[in-house]
Write a protein that binds this ligand. Structure first.
Ligand SMILES: [Zn+2]
Length: 139
């Protein structure tokens, strides 16, 4: 599951991981909701729970105060999923709320588990955080 610094970034930027999402995983602030979204995808691909937790809005249903349980759920998901590709379909930006519509090409147990989601991001303390998303054909 580890992504090496010199491999291509999982987010599909065609940059090396060390020059792309890794800088955010190491603590730099993603400038936009779109950059946050890409870095979250890369964090899933890399099995980086801390970044997922740090970029989840406290009001999100996915946010849990039980960090140990949340961590094990995310890590299990990451271990059982291949993150093949991220395609950004649409980015709707504004000052406090932004939406990123994407397709994540995923495989679980060799089966296609890809999904399309319109994720909602909200700013908190000048950082873009994932709030929730609409999944699937309703988009
Ligand atoms: Zn990246």
């Amino acid at each position: 599951m580890a992504v090496s610094a010199d491999s291509f970034c999982p987010c599909g930027s065609k940059q090396k991981y060390k020059r792309c999402c890794r800088v955010y995983h190491l603590g730099a602030k993603p400038p936009t909701a779109l950059a946050t979204m890409k870095a979250r995808y890369s964090a899933y691909a890399a099995g980086n729970f801390n970044f997922i937790a740090q970029t989840t809005h406290p009001e999100s249903k996915q946010f849990s105060k039980n960090l140990a349980l949340w961590k094990s759920e995310i890590e299990t998901f990451c271990q059982n999923t291949e993150f093949n590709e991220l395609k950004i379909i649409k980015f709707e930006d504004s000052s406090e709320t932004a939406y990123v519509t994407f397709k994540a090409v995923l495989f679980q147990n060799l089966k296609d588990a890809s999904l399309v989601e319109r994720s909602r991001f909200k700013k908190l303390n000048d950082r873009w955080l994932y709030l929730d998303g609409q999944i699937g054909d309703s988009l």
